[in-house]
Design a binder for this molecule. Structure first.
Ligand SMILES: Nc1ncnc2c1ncn2[C@@H]1O[C@H](COP(=O)(O)OP(=O)(O)OP(=O)(O)O)[C@@H](O)[C@H]1O
Ligand SMILES: [Mg+2]
Length: 262
């Protein structure tokens, strides 16, 4: 592992205005992300867990630049980010909601390449689309189909291919499997894991499912009410949680590991 982090999040804040004065001036705020800091190293997966509403997605979206930060900074390779960059991509929870139903799979995957003019000619673009389909385990014949013709797992593969299109450094996976059938969750996790090895990707993996996060993450950050309360090596966190909130979170899930039972 390198000694310099690939992604560095420093004291990130995202406050949402919840109430305004009659004149439209912000009056009250909700502190969805309230001073979050962590580093992610190249090739690493950092899990981000916490109860619903604790600010996980907001953290991801603010890092991406989808939301302007209220405070704090994000550095990628030591460079301060401002706004959206193709170097950070996101995989979303609901692969159906985020794929345009009127576009073919090829068009969906091509879109980021087209927007960023990341190819020289039509032939090169087609080659890249075929390569991306192959990477995520879809066939060329499926390129001209529409999202509704795919299963949930296949749609998530399309979402992954699209996220990979611009060779990002970091992929933020926001509950990428929680909308899928249990039977295909492992397939998608394995795909993400294989792609990580093949393309030396770096993941921020947001999830509810603590067992899955443990399986895929090198380190895990536990979030509560907009803050990180604990961050540790995955095994260490599960074996020896330090923060009461983490202990609580762990006690809420059935753990198959007999070492856990007191
Ligand atoms: N655009 C928004 N405007 C106002 N409040 C928001 C907005 N987005 C999120 N929030 C609030 O910020 C808090 C954190 O939301 P967020 O979606 O980040 O939680 P989460 O940890 O991802 O939850 P879940 O596990 O349910 O996905 C919530 O209380 C939510 O209501
Ligand atoms: Mg969320």
């Amino acid at each position: 592992m390198n000694d310099k982090p690939l992604l560095s999040v420093k004291n990130l804040q995202k406050y949402f205005v919840t109430e305004r004065t009659f004149w439209g001036k912000p009056k009250e705020y909700y502190k969805a992300v309230d001073g979050v800091s962590f580093d992610i190293y190249k090739g690493e997966t950092l899990g981000l867990v916490g109860e619903s509403g604790c600010g996980k997605s907001t953290t991801g979206r603010t890092i991406m630049g989808l939301y302007p930060a209220t405070g704090g900074d994000v550095f990628l390779n030591g460079e301060k980010l401002s706004g959206i960059t193709p170097k950070i991509q996101m995989i979303f929870q609901d692969p159906y909601a985020c794929l345009n139903p009127r576009m073919t799979v090829a068009e969906i995957i091509a879109e980021p390449l087209v927007i960023n003019k990341a190819y020289d000619n039509a032939q090169e673009l087609q080659k890249r689309i075929f390569k991306l389909l192959e990477l995520v385990g879809l066939s060329r014949e499926q390129a001209n189909r529409f999202p509704h013709e795919f299963s949930g797992g296949q749609r998530q593969r399309v979402g992954i291919a699209r996220a990979l299109a611009l060779n990002p450094d970091v992929i933020i996976c926001d509950e990428p499997i929680s909308a899928l059938d249990v039977s295909i969750q492992a397939q998608v996790v394995n795909l993400l894991s294989d792609l990580q090895k093949e393309l030396s990707l770096t993941y921020l993996f947001i999830a509810h499912d603590l067992a899955m996060v443990r399986y895929i993450s090198d380190r895990v950050a536990v979030m509560n009410k907009g803050r990180i309360v604990e961050i540790a090596e995955a095994e260490e966190l599960y074996k020896n949680p330090q923060h009461p909130y983490t202990k609580n979170l762990l006690s809420a899930i059935p753990v198959p590991d007999p070492d856990f039972k007191k």
